[in-house]
Design a protein around this ligand. Structure first.
Ligand code: NAP
Length: 487
C-alpha cells in the first residue's frame, strides 16, 4: 500500500465557503491547510453587512451546512447577526480558527514548479492546492453621481454601515432598491424622521413571511435533529422544484411566481400612483428576486417617499433630482450593490506559463463546471463563474464544490496524481453548452442586473441545480490534463 502524502492546501477567505472547505478537509483527515483571511474575523459578507433589517432571504434550515444543523435559528429567514454567529460558531467548535491567518490579505498566488506560491506581506509560501473562497458580493459598487463626496452628512455603503450614527432623528436618503434597499426600507420605514428612497428601477417583491420559531419548536429541534434535516430537505425541494425550475425554463411555475408578485403589489398598495411607481416593466425573477414580508407596508408609512425622478447630482444639503427638486437629507445610504464579477480580484493569480487569470479571462470569466480553470492546475474555485447562485442556497453550492475539490485532493494525497487542470476543449465545450441554454432562462428576458456579464449574458448556471450537483459528483478525468508522479 502506498503511503499517503501530506497535501498542503491554501484557502483564501474565511467566509461561509472557506469554512466549508476547511470542514471537508478535516473530515478527510487533512489538517495541513491554512486559511488566509484579510479581515480579523470569519464570516465574509455576513461579517461585513450589518445594516438594519439585514436577514438572509433563504430559509435558515436550508442556509445551514448539512454537517451542522442549528436548532437555535430564531426565524424562518434568519437575521444577519445569527447567520454570522452560526459561521463563527462552526469555525470555533471545529478548531478551524487555529488554521486561519487573520489580517493577512493574499497579494498573489503563482503556480511555479508544481506548487502554488501564495504571497502575503509575510512572504511567499508553497502549497499543493489553492482554493479560492473569496465570495461573490464582497466588493462594494459605488454609483458615479456628481457631487456625491460633497454631501455634508454621513454617507456610507450598505455593506459598510456606521453603527455609531443615530437613525431615528435623521432624514435618510436611500439610493438603491435591490434586496438590500428593500430590507433597509422594511426596517426603517416609519421609524426614522424621514426616508426618501431613490428608485431607479422598481423590483418585483415575492411575499415571504418570516415567522419566529417558538420555544417549543426549538426544544423539539434540539431533541430530534432529524427535524432539522427534514426542514433542510423540505426547503431544498421548494427551491429546486419551484423557484429553480421557474428560472431556467418558461412555464406554469414562472407564471405563478409572476402572478404572486403582482398580487402582492396590487393587494398591498392601494394608491394607484404609488403602485404605478412600484410596478416593474420586466418579468419577475429577471433580476434577483426580492423576498420580503412587509416592504410595501413600510413604503406606505408616514415619512417615507419613493422618488423615481433620476438623480442629477448631490450637494451638501441633499440630492437634487433631474426635475430640479432638492431632497434635503441628513444621512445618505448607498445600497447600490456589489461588483459581482470581481471574483478573486484584487488578488493576482498566475497559472502555468505565467498566464494570469485576468489574461485568461479577457473575454469574460469561464470555468469548467464552475470550479476549475484550464492552465491553473490544482486550483479550485468556490462560487466560481456560472455557479447556480440565482436559484439555490449558496451553502449547498459551496458544499458540492468543496466535495468536488476533495475528490482531486484525495487523489493527490494518494500519490495517484500530482497536478490536474481541465482541458481547454472540455471547458469551451461546457461553456458553449451553457451559452446555448441561456435564452430559456428568465435572466435573459429583458432587464439589467448584476447577474449579467459584459456581453449581457447571465453569469449563472442555466439549468436546474440538481444538474450542477450531479456534474460535480461525477468528476471526468478525461476532461483534465493530469500530471502523475511518473510523467
Ligand atoms: P443590487 O441588487 O445590485 O441593487 C442595487 C440597487 O442600486 C438597484 O436598485 C440599482 O438600480 C440601484 N443603483 C445602482 N446604481 C445606481 C445609480 N447610479 N443610481 C441609482 N440607483 C442605482 O444590490 P443589493 O441590493 O445590495 O443586492 C445584491 C445582492 O445581494 C442581492 O441580489 C442578493 O443576492 C444579495 N443579498 C442577499 C440578501 C439575503 O438576504 N440573502 C440580502 C441582501 C442582499 P437598477 O436596478 O436600476 O440597477
Amino acid at each position: 500500500m502506498t503511503e499517503k502524502r501530506a497535501v498542503h492546501v491554501a484557502i483564501v477567505g474565511a467566509g461561509m465557503s472557506g469554512i466549508c472547505m476547511a470542514a471537508k478537509l478535516q473530515d478527510a483527515g487533512i489538517d495541513t491547510f491554512t486559511i488566509f483571511e484579510q479581515a480579523d474575523e470569519v464570516g465574509g459578507t455576513w461579517r461585513d453587512n450589518t445594516y438594519p433589517g439585514l436577514h438572509c432571504d433563504v430559509p435558515s434550515r436550508f442556509y445551514s451546512y448539512t454537517f451542522r444543523s442549528n436548532p437555535e435559528w430564531s426565524r424562518l429567514l434568519p437575521p444577519g447577526n445569527e447567520v454570522q454567529s452560526y459561521f463563527t460558531q462552526v469555525a470555533t467548535e471545529r478548531g478551524i480558527r487555529a488554521h486561519i491567518r487573520f489580517g493577512t490579505p493574499v497579494a498573489s498566488a503563482e503556480f511555479r514548479d508544481g506548487k502554488w506560491w501564495v504571497s502575503t506581506a509575510d512572504g511567499a509560501e508553497p502549497f499543493d492546492v489553492l482554493i479560492t473562497a473569496t465570495g461573490i458580493l464582497r466588493v462594494p459598487r459605488y454609483p458615479d453621481i456628481p457631487g456625491l463626496d460633497t454631501f455634508a452628512g454621513p454617507t456610507f455603503h450598505s455593506s459598510r454601515w456606521d453603527r455609531s450614527v443615530s437613525l431615528q432623528d435623521k432624514r435618510i436618503g436611500l439610493i438603491g432598491t435591490g434586496s438590500t434597499g428593500v430590507q433597509i426600507t422594511a426596517e426603517l420605514g416609519g421609524r426614522v424622521r424621514g426616508l426618501t428612497i431613490f428608485q431607479r428601477t422598481p423590483q418585483w417583491v415575492f411575499p415571504f413571511p418570516n415567522p419566529r420559531y417558538s420555544p417549543i419548536t426549538k426544544a423539539a429541534l434540539r431533541r430530534f435533529p432529524a427535524m432539522s434535516r427534514f426542514g433542510y430537505r423540505f426547503w431544498q425541494a421548494v427551491y429546486e422544484n419551484f423557484f429553480a425550475k421557474a428560472m431556467v425554463a418558461p412555464g406554469l411555475r414562472r407564471r405563478l411566481v409572476s402572478a404572486m408578485c403582482r398580487w402582492n403589489l396590487n393587494l398591498s398598495v392601494r394608491d394607484p400612483e404609488l403602485r404605478r411607481k412600484l410596478t416593474p416593466d420586466y418579468q419577475a425573477m429577471c433580476k434577483r428576486i426580492v423576498a420580503a414580508g412587509h416592504y410595501y407596508q413600510s413604503v406606505q408609512k408616514p415619512g417615507v417617499e419613493v422618488v423615481v425622478e433620476p438623480i442629477d447630482h448631490v450637494e451638501p444639503r441633499g440630492i437634487v433630482t433631474a426635475d430640479g427638486a432638492l431632497h434635503e437629507l441628513d444621512l445618505l445610504v448607498i445600497a447600490t450593490g456589489f461588483d459581482a464579477h470581481a471574483y478573486t480580484r484584487p488578488m493576482e493569480i498566475i497559472g502555468e506559463d505565467s498566464v494570469s487569470l485576468d489574461d485568461a479571462w479577457t473575454d469574460g470569466p469561464q470555468a469548467y463546471r464552475s470550479v476549475a480553470v484550464p492552465g491553473f492546475p490544482n486550483m479550485f474555485m468556490l462560487m466560481g463563474p456560472h455557479s447556480p447562485i440565482g436559484q439555490q442556497s449558496l451553502v449547498i453550492i459551496a458544499e458540492n464544490q468543496a466535495d468536488y475539490a476533495m475528490w482531486w485532493i484525495e487523489r493527490i494525497r494518494d500519490g495517484e496524481i500530482e497536478a490536474a487542470a481541465p482541458t481547454d476543449i472540455a471547458t469551451k465545450d461546457y461553456n458553449e453548452q451553457m451559452k446555448s441554454a441561456m435564452p430559456q432562462t428568465v435572466w435573459t428576458t429583458g432587464c439589467n442586473s448584476w447577474y449579467l456579464d459584459k456581453h449581457g449574458l447571465p453569469e449563472l448556471f442555466p439549468w436546474e441545480p440538481v444538474r450542477h450537483r450531479r456534474l460535480l459528483a461525477s468528476p471526468e478525468r478525461s476532461d483534465f490534463e493530469v500530471r502523475t508522479p511518473q510523467t
